[in-house]
Design a protein around this ligand. Structure first.
Ligand code: NAI
Ligand code: MG
Length: 498
């Protein structure tokens, strides 16, 4: 850090070197709590993208990486995990400054992310091909699981380091090399993290970071002929664009996109727990999460009572400096997102929704010049309204009443997304049946916002393609080769299929 007045200047990490952008240009990154710039990030372009992809390709095909055993690769990943622990607070601080996330959440998240490197480090040498009992005489057939190649990881601004870990850990375990493109709003933590990649001793070019804007550097990374796969998390709009661009080069993709997840509360739920679960689903991380439980579906018989309790508790949420341990709702990460949330508040009011809490920009003294939005709850929402259908990505909850299980399912599933869903009930049959009928990649019962390196995560419908985390998901970074070896003493009739 250069002190208060000067901006901290960062460098990119390409081919095992700290470098400036090809143009020598930088762009500013803001501190959302102060509402002003704090860092200078290299402004990459197509030339930088090309350099990084070539470094990754070279590391894959020529460097020591390709010759390392899976056990050695796994050991490097575990070493990286070990390095994260002591640095987790420092990484968290950088993220809080750049992103506005709460230090309380960030420090736990950076510490926890080491588990992805341990887990996939352990998995690296347990990936096995198979010997097929093939139906031809004197023939040996086996499969090899090989790395898919050069992976481009495109990361959004809401949880940069964790979402990077979800891609980087399995990709490296599989033997791939990686170019990371962090969001232009939050590049600093990823660049800081590369110090640990360097310290762990990954060979040059195995992991690279190119910073800059989506169209200027993200596009060229996706389109590069040496790119084999794109692993993306972000908006559905950008995801669709990248999917199309990847299709032209027949590149593999995994896509983790948005959501409009229902958090469904039945009248037999433990009400106080459900209130907390609904709050955690929409106000944690200022609602800027893909899994936000942004639609509260509440059974009619308890609607008024539940909303009263919810408003009472949400109304106590402390806003302010995200570094303070007692702050509960921090700023919005960037000005476009701030404007987008405020626009949605107007849209909802225009549609006739009733703001029973918040409904505006926050003007509390403890929020200073930061980009703060009041935690907002709208009642009187019906599922056809835009506020019920579109991802706001902010602290804005829509409350929708329902009669019974069938109607909860009908409304819950009636969105284009299918990332997650929550169910609050004490009835076991109901819990299992709801989990079965909800169209979502993750269903939480009597909890919300739980994720683990052990459990697959991803979307149904327009929420994505493929899964992240969990044992099987390493396959997203592998391709299968079938090898045939004839043990016959002579080649039979050459004019027929063997
Ligand atoms: P975005 O989806 O446009 O950006 C995500 C990443 O993609 C960034 O690194 C960006 O630089 C990159 N990118 C953008 N255009 C690209 C292109 N043509 N080719 C390659 N890479 C490209 O998200 P953005 O603009 O930051 O936020 C827009 C909205 O997306 C938010 O308002 C929010 O609603 C939603 N969002 C959803 C997230 C989720 O996890 N579901 C995460 C972040 C944003
Ligand atoms: Mg920033």
């Amino acid at each position: 850090m250069d002190g208060d007045t000067q901006l901290s200047k960062f460098k990119m990490w390409i081919g095992g070197e700290w470098v400036e952008s090809a143009s020598g240009e930088y762009f500013e990154s803001d501190n959302p709590f102060l509402g002003k710039p704090w860092a200078l990030i290299p402004k990459g372009n197509a030339q930088d993208a090309d350099r990084a992809i070539r470094a990754a390709h070279e590391a894959l095909t020529k460097g020591p990486w390709g010759k390392m055993t899976a056990t050695q690769r796994g050991a490097l990943l575990r070493k990286l995990g070990d390095l994260i622990g002591p640095e987790s607070k420092q990484l968290a601080e950088v993220e809080v400054r750049d992103n506005g996330k709460l230090f309380a959440e960030m420090s736990a998240q950076t510490a926890y992310m080491a588990q992805w490197y341990y887990y996939f480090g352990g998995l690296a040498d347990k990936i096995e091909g198979s010997v097929i009992p093939i139906d031809k005489p004197d023939t040996f057939n086996y499969t090899r699981q090989e790395p898919i190649g050069v992976v481009v990881a495109i990361i959004p601004w809401n949880s940069p380091l964790l979402l990077t870990a979800w891609k980087l850990a399995p990709a490296l375990a599989a033997g791939c090399t990686v170019v990371i493109k962090p969001s232009e709003f939050t590049s600093a933590s990823t660049l800081e993290f590369m110090k640990l990649i360097e310290q762990a001793g990954f060979p040059p070019g195995v992991v690279n970071v190119v910073t800059g804007f989506g169209a200027e550097v993200g596009g060229p990374l996706v389109e590069h002929p040496l790119t084999n796969k794109v692993a993306f998390t972000g908006s559905d709009r950008t995801g669709a664009m990248i999917y199309q661009a990847a299709a032209k080069g027949m590149k593999r993709v995994t896509m983790e996109l948005g959501g409009k997840s229902p958090n469904i509360v039945f009248d037999d739920a433990e009400i106080d727990n459900a209130v907390k679960g609904v709050i955690s689903g929409i106000f944690a991380a200022t609602g800027q999460t893909c899994i936000a439980g942004s639609r509260l579906l509440v059974q009619k018989s308890i609607h008024d009572q539940f909303v009263d309790k919810l408003v009472a508790l949400a109304g106590t949420a402390k806003m302010g400096n995200p570094m303070n341990a007692d702050t509960q709702v921090g700023p919005v990460t960037n000005p476009p997102q701030f404007r987008k949330i405020l626009d949605y508040l107007d849209i909802a009011k225009g549609e006739g929704a009733n703001p029973v809490l918040g409904g505006s920009k926050a003007n509390r003294p403890e929020c200073g010049d930061g980009w703060f939005v009041e935690p907002t709850i709208f009642t009187g929402v019906n599922n056809r309204m835009r506020i019920a259908q579109e991802e706001v990505f902010g602290p804005v909850l829509s409350v929708i009443p329902f009669e019974d299980e069938d109607q909860a399912i009908e409304i819950g599933n009636d969105v284009v997304f299918g990332l997650a869903a929550g169910v609050w009930t004490q009835n076991m049959r109901r819990a299992f049946k709801m989990a079965e009928r909800l169209q979502a990649g993750t269903v939480w019962v009597n909890t919300y916002r739980a994720v683990s390196y052990l459990s697959p995560f991803g979307g149904y419908k327009k929420s994505g393609i493929g899964r992240e985390s969990g044992q099987d998901m390493i396959r997203e970074y592998l391709q299968t080769k079938s090898v045939w070896i004839s043990l016959a003493t002579e080649v039979p009739n050459p004019f027929v299929l063997r």
